[in-house]
Ligand binder design. Structure first.
Ligand code: GLA
Length: 387
């Protein structure tokens, strides 16, 4: 699909040419460079918006129906405007509808509308296709309803939509990155107070390569919520010794000395990951600012090790991609990115070895797992916008 011309044509075919001129919006997906499974513990993250994302064409109508359709999915629906939207059986409807519900909760009346989505983010790959749909919907509604909401409000509303309508108790990283992304910069975000800085990413002679495991991720949501609960349990134990509300409130030296207050080894490992990952984000920002890519790559590798051994969210497919990547001279670092349990890795690869990287990692991965990986060169783009 060559967006946006084809999207306009598809919109006209679907909804007709009478009425208001539809308005086009775009929200990117994201890749997280480091700081994984720290956001819901009030930790640090370092994601970037990418070139892939979700387009939304939208226009107001006067028939009091919200019409949802997507080029990527066969299902379409007409939902009457109401003062309370409810969850739908078709999963993807819940991302935009959860956002509609947030507008209703803020007493911003929504009227009849026609929406057509098109996304080029690989689905279910941990590159935030759902956050991209939520944020583009929130941004578009705010625009066409003159909602007057700040971008940060839209980001928070999108996160709530994910909690309530998609049932995933996610942190704020994805929606924040999709909203606040900036070309050629990562977002260094403190998820405790939402203070953030854009960190320039100048990877002279290197690229970020995303590799998709293409592993089906049926249990990912429930395992994700399980990790959120495990972190809350870790906090409950540690709060006997420290005055903390979240794992991100604790530094590694304090935790290291006191970790035995957590009686359960599994819960202790979860806390060890979050608290050590926070240190790695800080060290990564320092490395990137001095353009020390070797140091940053080593931190990526350490992050993956901790996600595999302490947080246990990787699995054979992600581990295989990372192991094979690290065997190739010219690869400075490799790690899983996103929630894990499948999804993608991100690797820092020297320009001249990219073809060999794709060939060798792809072949070994296929031999070992029977699955075919997809590879993408990540370009760091801007956040949500009117096109
Ligand atoms: C998912 C969630 C994010 C974050 C990552 C893991 O992408 O939506 O909030 O927790 O997993 O870092």
């Amino acid at each position: 699909m060559q967006e946006p011309e084809n999207l306009r044509k598809a919109f006209a075919d679907l909804y007709g040419i009478q009425g208001n001129v539809p308005v086009l919006f775009f929200a990117p997906g994201r890749v997280n460079l480091i700081g994984e499974h720290t956001d819901y513990s009030g930790g640090f993250v370092l994601p970037c918006a990418i070139q892939y994302g979700t387009y939304l064409l939208i226009r107001k109508t006067d028939d009091n129906l919200i019409k949802l359709a997507s080029v990527n999915n066969p299902e379409k629906t007409f939902i009457p405007v109401t003062d309370h939207f409810s969850k739908q059986a078709v999963r993807w409807f819940n991302y935009p509808l959860g956002v509609f519900e947030q507008f209703v909760e803020k007493s911003i009346p929504v009227g009849g509308m026609e929406l057509l989505f098109y996304g080029d983010i690989p689905a279910n790959a941990g590159l935030s296709s759902s956050a991209s749909i939520e944020v583009v919907t929130a941004f578009a509604l705010n625009h066409i309803l003159n909602g007057g909401l700040a971008l940060l409000d839209l980001v928070k509303m999108s996160q709530k939509a994910e909690h309530i309508f998609a049932g995933v108790n996610c942190g704020i990283m994805d929606q924040f990155a999709v909203g606040m992304g900036k070309a050629n910069h990562a977002i260094f975000l403190n998820c405790n107070n939402l203070e953030y800085k854009h960190v320039p990413i100048t990877l002279s002679g290197y690229k970020l390569i995303i590799a998709n495991t293409n592993k089906p991720r049926s249990l990912a949501d429930s395992k994700y919520n399980e990790r959120v609960a495990e972190c809350q349990l870790a906090v409950a134990f540690l709060a006997e010794r420290f005055s903390i509300n979240k794992l991100g409130d604790l530094g590694y030296p304090q935790f290291f000395k006191a970790q035995d207050v957590i009686p359960d080894e599994v819960i202790r490992k979860r806390a060890r990951h979050v608290i050590s990952e926070n240190q790695r984000v800080l060290a990564s920002v320092a490395s990137l600012l001095k353009n020390d890519l070797a140091q940053f790559g080593a931190l990526m590798n350490a992050s993956h090790d901790s996600l595999r051994d302490n947080y246990e969210v990787t699995g054979f497919e992600l581990d295989t991609l990372v192991e094979e990547a690290c065997k190739i001279p010219g690869v400075l670092g490799s790690r899983m990115t996103g929630a894990g349990f499948g999804g993608c890795t991100v690797s820092l690869v020297r320009d001249d070895v990219i073809p060999a990287f794709i060939e060798k990692v792809g072949t070994e991965y296929k031999t070992k797992t029977g699955l075919t990986a997809d590879f993408y060169v990540a370009e760091i783009g801007d956040g949500v916008r009117l096109v």
